[in-house]
Design a protein around this ligand. Structure first.
Ligand SMILES: *Cc1c(COP(=O)(O)O)cnc(C)c1O
Length: 398
């Protein structure tokens, strides 16, 4: 047992003096909720997703929200998801990919993931769409920042006449052939939760190139008020004059948080470089051991999570025990994700089991997520690789 007492947290936000100064600036300005800072964050975020000009496709519009979960609800609603309709996603995602549809009175149909990635299998999409005409939207999730097969998915969905909404909570700034994740489909939703690639503590962004979807999101994000909030206090029209055009929600992002987001956005590519260097160090350390399988990877990966897979046939301990022993050695670990069919509520509602989703279950049983955040020191990275490889040797089954 190592005497090294270093502890590596699973995640820690990379916030600096720039974020501190931005928060103070907004706090002292007298305007702390949604206003000009949020407008700028939206503009800059949209620009970051479409840096090479737009050609003849409509520009990306970005709408800041208080979480990706509410962003998903807004995007689903804007794409016609509601009572009598269904969304199609995988059981291998965070719960709100599904519950955001349930809140709208819609139902969820699940498709299994591919055998080697954690992403939705396009062939499964084809099959499920053919079997169920109530499916209104397909929701691919770019797990860990590794982009789904979007061209195939969009073409299958288009020929079936259903919309595609990307759960891009892990995928800023994933980019394939010059196209950013979150802008492949009808709408895309990003998360700025504390552990994500950039953070506002809590927050998210909904993106779309579709004018009608954009209008509906804007309306429903803020009580159904027919004019933008900031405009309510700055336009020459009296601030008390507005109409309610729908029963909207309250999902806006305040300026204090948008100010943090603007600073994080400037650092997003630097953060990605730092995470990529850590991924490379992990890969180099683990690839020599046949008891480990490296995470799925493809070009443009934002490397949000490092999901290591252990091979049960090569080890005498399972994932849970492996994770517990890593924690004992000061390595913060997590599991992404507990598939939805293991959640009592989802089982009760749909009667689905691990048996129905062999790939998701197989990946779940062997996956554990290691620390991957920009502020990790070389010493921390070495501590993680040493702990993982030591356990691999100690419990090697041959
Ligand atoms: C984090 C996450 C969400 C939810 O994000 P919030 O901003 O916390 O609401 C949705 N989907 C996936 C895949 C996530 O990882």
């Amino acid at each position: 047992m190592s005497t090294n007492t270093l502890r590596v947290p699973f995640s820690r936000p990379a916030l600096g003096t720039e974020e501190e100064a931005a928060v103070l600036r907004v706090m002292r300005s007298g305007w702390i909720t949604t206003g000009s800072e949020t407008l700028l964050f939206e503009k800059e975020f949209a620009q970051a997703l479409a840096p090479h000009g737009t050609g003849n496709i409509p520009p990306v519009q970005a709408f800041a929200v208080n979480s990706a979960s509410s962003g998903l609800m807004l995007a689903y609603d804007a794409c016609g998801v509601g009572p009598g309709t269904k969304i199609l996603t995988t059981p291998y995602t965070f719960i709100s990919t599904a519950t955001s549809a349930l809140h709208l009175g819609a139902e969820v149909v699940y498709a299994d993931i591919e055998a080697d990635t954690y992403n939705i299998d396009p062939e499964q999409i084809r099959r499920k769409l053919a079997a169920d005409p109530a499916i209104r939207a397909v929701v691919p999730v770019h797990i860990a920042g590794n982009v789904c097969r979007m061209e195939e998915i969009c073409s299958i969905a288009r020929s079936a006449g259903v919309t595609v909404i990307e759960d891009a909570a892990h995928a800023f700034p994933s980019c394939v052939h010059g196209v950013y994740a979150g802008t492949f489909a009808d709408a895309g939703v990003f998360s700025f939760y504390a552990t994500k690639t950039i953070t506002t503590a809590e927050g998210g962004m909904v993106c779309t190139r579709n004018e009608e979807i954009a209008k509906r999101i804007q309306l429903m994000r803020m009580h159904g008020i027919d004019r933008p909030v900031w405009d309510r206090y700055t336009s020459p029209k009296p601030s008390w004059q507005y109409d309610i055009a729908a029963a909207g929600w309250k999902c806006n992002l305040p300026d204090i948080l948008s100010a943090i987001g603007r600073e994080q956005l400037k650092k997003a590519h630097q953060f990605l470089e730092q995470r990529t260097a850590i991924v490379q160090a992990y890969n180099r350390a683990f690839e020599q051991y046949d008891c480990f399988t490296l995470p799925p990877d493809s070009p443009g990966n934002a490397h949000h999570l490092y999901i290591l897979r252990i091979r049960p046939d090569k080890l005498t301990i399972g994932r849970d025990e492996f994770a517990a022993k890593l924690m004992e050695r000061g390595v913060g670990v997590s599991v992404h994700f507990i598939p939805h069919f293991h959640m009592s509520y989802i089982c009760g509602r749909y009667g689905i089991t691990a048996h129905d989703f062999p790939n998701a279950q197989r990946q779940y049983e062997r996956s554990l997520t290691l620390p991957l955040w920009p502020g990790m020191t070389e010493e921390m990275v070495s501590h993680v690789t040493a702990a993982v490889t030591a356990l691999g040797k100690e419990y090697y089954a041959g």
